[in-house]
Design a protein around this ligand. Sequence first.
Ligand code: AGP
Length: 606
Amino acid sequence: MCGIIGIVGKQPVADRLIESLKRLEYRGYDSAGIAGVVDGKVQRRRAQGKIKALEAVLADEPLNAATGIGHTRWATHGAPNVKNAHPHTAGRVTLVHNGIIENFAELKAELIAAGRTFESDTDTEVIAQLIDAELATGLAPLDAFKATLDRLTGAYALAVLVEGEDNLVLGARRGSPLVVGEGQGEMFLGSDALAVGPFTNRVIYLDEGDYVALDHDSHRIFDASGASVTRPVRVVPTSAVMLEKGNYRHFMEKEIHDQPEGCQRTIAAYVDTLTSRASVPGDIDFAKLERIQIVACGTSYIAGVVGKYLIEQLADLPVDVEIASEFRYRTPAIRKDALVVAMSQSGETADTLAALRYCKAKGMKSAVVVNATESTMAREVDVVWPIHCGPEIGVASTKAFTAQVSVMIALAIAAAKARGTIDAAEERRLVKVLLEAPRLIAEAIGLEDAIKEIAADVAKARDVLYLGRGPMSALALEGALKLKEISYIHAEGYAAGELKHGPIALVDDQTPIVILAPHDSYFEKSASNMSEVMARGGQVIFITDTEGVKHAPAGAKVVVTAPASDPLVSTLVMSAPIQLLAYHVAVVKGADVDQPRNLAKSVTVE
Ligand code: AGP
């Protein structure tokens, strides 16, 4: 994900922008740039590659400004080169952006038709052009900014300079985080508290949809409706590690909230937004491939099960998913013309590594879906499919899970197109659905207050059942695993159709039963399962969506309504409620959320 810094100051800003960008390097990037207001004019300095390349440019061409913005870019639209590096300028406007603008193509066409010319391939430049066009109508900078924000769909964190305004930086956030740093006679804007940490420990975390105007002495914050609002100022610890948690109590909480941005970054690596095509690196010929063999453990195994449903359904390609610790010892009947895909956040899990090596020894081509791209598995396979979600510190996997599922979705689309089971139009539709998923995940995370209210009750339970059908049966496994591993409450995930074959004997009025039922082709069946358990006194927590809630049977103890979504991405959207439920139950129980007893982040022993 990209990094952003903005400073409205009274002392030279170039070195301070660079210092801040260095604190954002952990986010990963391939180019960097800064801009500043010099005698009312905006000047830019940009470079491809690492920040030291930008420092070399500044050594040749110093930037003598007191107000400026900076950016580290992780390429989504357009190659990683100077032309596409941020900041981007259009007329009087220069800005930096983190996120993906979903409707940039139509906006760009409209602006070109209006006679505007573009210098880059990025979606970001469209935003600068829009603001400049609004300024040209006579609007003041803040009004031109708001008018532009109202036209954008997708995710953004923005920092904006306007020519002639050396005491102004504008900012806004939707789907990508942004904070205001309060200084003495100067103000700051940054992607996170780390970015502004060198200058202040007084941080304001902007809410979804907020936008802000900063000058030397003030920050005027507005909500999405344009109403002036006040957000709390938090004094954050200055130690870098603590800062990484921002205003979150645990890394797990932060990582749940990081998912919209994390998945955006993952998806951007596997789709081309200009052509609306999905692809995975490597020379895998999906048209000829007979079978995929997935080997994994824990949550990564569950992400593989989700992948099986989607790849088989879309691409008509057989997929076997096996728990690595079983697979490696049972002398599996495998064929060398299959592709083995290891799934592992760490890339170091001993059982998964052993299963992978077993398959390679049989002559199979190998791939790994992995977060740690320098890990052992990543070094041993033929093809690496990175999940790009940034470091995951909490032992319970959250953002890595949704990132893994995002890769599985892109793989399913690419394989289906290669095998001719979908045409170009359907591929474009599915890619658009996938690109919209981060926004829906952000909306689902907005259910947190409702989930918190449920957590107090669930925390009293001795056993919890999770039920789902189709890909939701995999999510039922994941919901149960999350709850078990951080709250220590016994939980089981079942395919809802299995209920009558035994588990229904567990149902009584003390057992919370979480039923995952978006309004998809399985909904009616899941609704009847819900009636079955309620008839026996079961206390149902019904997690559905805005379409399903209209058809839900009455009598659930609680109904949680996630945003409606295409079945292709419903597991991404429905993950947030089950992650938040596990998290808040663990908090109620006072458990050690980030370091649960007996668990390690990476199980490198058998
Ligand atoms: C998930 O919340 C657990 N931390 C655990 O099941 C984990 O997914 C499993 O150990 C596999 O780890 P890996 O993805 O690094 O291989």
